[in-house]
Design a protein around this ligand. Structure first.
Ligand code: C5P
Length: 224
C-alpha cells in the first residue's frame, strides 16, 4: 500500500524513541522501532551461542527472527517475545544496544532485515524510528526528521532514566559508551547514521520533549 511514512533518525539518546511513540499515539499511526530488530538479532545470537562476528550465522538469525510484538491489555507498552520468551527488558540494556551496533555494521544482516521493516507500512501511516529510515529503508517518506543532541546531554538523559528506575549507573561510563556507539554508527561502511539530504534536523539539547513533539507535528501538518 501507499501509506504515508514519517522517518525519525538520530544517534542513541537523542529522544527518538520517546518522540516516536508520542507521534504514533498523537496521529494514531503504527510504529516501527527498527533498533529493536537489531537488538533482537544480538540477543538471538547470545541465545544460540553465535559470535558477533559470525556474519553468515547472524544473517540466518536475522532472516528467521521468530518474534512477536504483543500489546497486553491494560498496558501501553508492547511486550516483545523472542522464540517464545519475553525479552522486553533484556532488549533495553546498554549491553544489548552495544551488541546491536556491532551486528548492525554488517551489510548482509541489514539486507536480511530490510523487507521485514518495509512490511510495517500499513494504514493509516507509519512512524519509523532508527538510523537509516530516511536514507535507506524509506527513501520516499513524506517527512524525514533527524534528531541530535550533544553527547553529554544524551548521556545525562540516559543516566537519569536509569537512576529513576532505581538502577545504578555511572555517568562517565555512559558517556564513553555513547561516544563509542556514535563512532560505530556514523563511521560504518553500510547505511551509516547521517541525515537524509531532504531531512529536517532538530537539535534537542535544550528542547523539552513537548517542544520537539510540537515542532515535528507542525512539520507533519505542513506536509500532510
Ligand atoms: O535505537 P537503538 O539504540 O535501539 O539501536 C541499537 C543499535 O542498532 C544502534 O546503535 C545501531 O547500531 C543499530 N541500528 C541501526 N539501524 C537502525 C536502527 C538501529 O543500525 N535503523
Amino acid at each position: 500500500g501507499n501509506f504515508p511514512v514519517i522517518t525519525v533518525d538520530g544517534p542513541s539518546g537523542s529522544g527518538k524513541g520517546t518522540i516516536c511513540s508520542l507521534l504514533a499515539r498523537e496521529l494514531g499511526w503504527n510504529l516501527l522501532d527498527s533498533g529493536a530488530l537489531y537488538r533482537l538479532v544480538a540477543l538471538a545470537a547470545r541465545h544460540h551461542g553465535v559470535a558477533l562476528d559470525d556474519e553468515s550465522a547472524l544473517v540466518v538469525l536475522a532472516a528467521h527472527l521468530d518474534v512477536q510484538f504483543e500489546m497486553p491489555a491494560n498496558q501501553n507498552e508492547v511486550s516483545i517475545i523472542l522464540e517464545g520468551e519475553e525479552v522486553t527488558n533484556s532488549l533495553r540494556t546498554e549491553e544489548c544496544g552495544s551488541d546491536a551496533s556491532v551486528v548492525a555494521a554488517l551489510g548482509p544482516v541489514r539486507d536480511a532485515l530490510l523487507e521485514r521493516q518495509r512490511a510495517f507500512v500499513s494504514a493509516p501511516g507509519l512512524i519509523a524510528d532508527g538510523r537509516d529510515m530516511g536514507t535507506v529503508v524509506f527513501p520516499q517518506a513524506q517527512l524525514k526528521v533527524y534528531l541530535t543532541a550533544s553527547a553529554e546531554e544524551r548521556a545525562n538523559r540516559r543516566y537519569n532514566q536509569l537512576i529513576n528506575k532505581g538502577l545504578g549507573a555511572s555517568l562517565q561510563a555512559i558517556l564513553v559508551d555513547i561516544q563509542a556507539r556514535d563512532a560505530r554508527d556514523m563511521n560504518r561502511e553500510v547505511a551509516p547514521l547521517k541525515p537524509a539530504t531532504d531531512a529536517i534536523s532538530l537539535d534537542t539539547t535544550k528542547l523539552s520533549i513537548e517542544a520537539v513533539l510540537a515542532a515535528v507535528l507542525d512539520q507533519a501538518r505542513h506536509k500532510g
